[in-house]
Design a protein around this ligand. Structure first.
Ligand SMILES: NC(=O)c1ccc[n+]([C@@H]2O[C@H](COP(=O)([O-])OP(=O)(O)OC[C@H]3O[C@@H](n4cnc5c(N)ncnc54)[C@H](OP(=O)(O)O)[C@@H]3O)[C@@H](O)[C@H]2O)c1
Length: 208
């Protein structure tokens, strides 16, 4: 069944939601074997950008927001982002220390000893405990688990929602959505949004 309607807003939980919002190939890879997802970028066209601007503007990195003219659009779903250090490293390599300055930023790392930016808090121990603390804070907006694969695998127990941007590409092999062995976990489909270029965005809630 194809559902094409507004994705539900707000929290509805007593805890803030942790949402794994991620770009994937049809066969479920978040990038090539090295994690490189640049071949997906070509599907982020005008229609897709309009969707991001309306529903998930805070997931566009700060430089992209400026270039696209929506740097001042208010956050819609999230006020916090959590990244693994390998994902954050891509920003550092581009000399950007706060890629999502519109959000509170957390980076999980055991090797970084000092945060490179006042807006970035490092999580070096008790990752799950820190995420639970963030989820228990008051607020209407949720927490975006940005990735990558390793971090998502470690935080699977805390994930409440999946928002999967699927682009019409088959990789054959690559970096999986979850970088650890998991038991089957059931989710409920809440919404599917389709795009003319073959991209789709599915939203699932975890069955608890
Ligand atoms: N398709 C998409 O939408 C998307 C989104 C995000 C990322 N990506 C891709 O994902 C790739 C990176 O993913 P990845 O799986 O290699 O790495 P990752 O999950 O981004 O980061 C792994 C790192 O996080 C830190 N970490 C993990 N667990 C930790 C814990 N329990 N406590 C403290 N620190 C912890 C460690 O950093 P230290 O080594 O510093 O200890 C570890 O090396 C990138 O290539 C990126 O392109 C794709």
């Amino acid at each position: 069944m194809l559902i094409d309607r507004d994705i539900p807003r707000g929290n509805g939980y007593h805890l803030r939601k942790l949402t794994y919002f991620i770009a994937c190939s049809i066969d479920g890879f978040i990038g090539d074997p090295s994690g490189d997802a640049t071949s997906m970028y070509r599907f982020v066209n005008e229609e897709f950008l309009s969707f991001l601007k309306a529903d998930y503007p805070e997931t566009v990195p700060v430089e992209g927001r400026k270039a696209l003219g929506f740097h001042d659009v208010p956050n819609q779903r999230f006020d916090t982002v959590v990244q693994g250090r390998a994902s954050y490293q891509l920003a550092l390599d581009a000399h950007v220390t706060s890629p999502y300055a519109q959000l509170r930023e957390f980076v999980a790392s055991r090797t970084l000893t000092e945060s490179p930016d006042a807006n970035v808090e490092l999580i070096s121990q008790d990752l799950v405990g820190r995420i639970r603390e963030l989820k228990s804070e008051a607020g209407d907006l949720g927490i975006w688990l940005c990735g990558g694969s390793q971090l998502a695998g470690e935080l699977i127990g805390e994930i409440d929602e999946l928002v999967i941007k699927t682009y019409p590409l088959v990789y054959g092999s690559g970096m999986p959505m979850f970088g650890s062995d998991l038991e089957a976990i059931e989710f409920t489909l809440d919404a599917v949004r389709t795009f003319d270029n073959g991209a789709l965005v599915r939203t699932y809630s975890r069955k608890r």
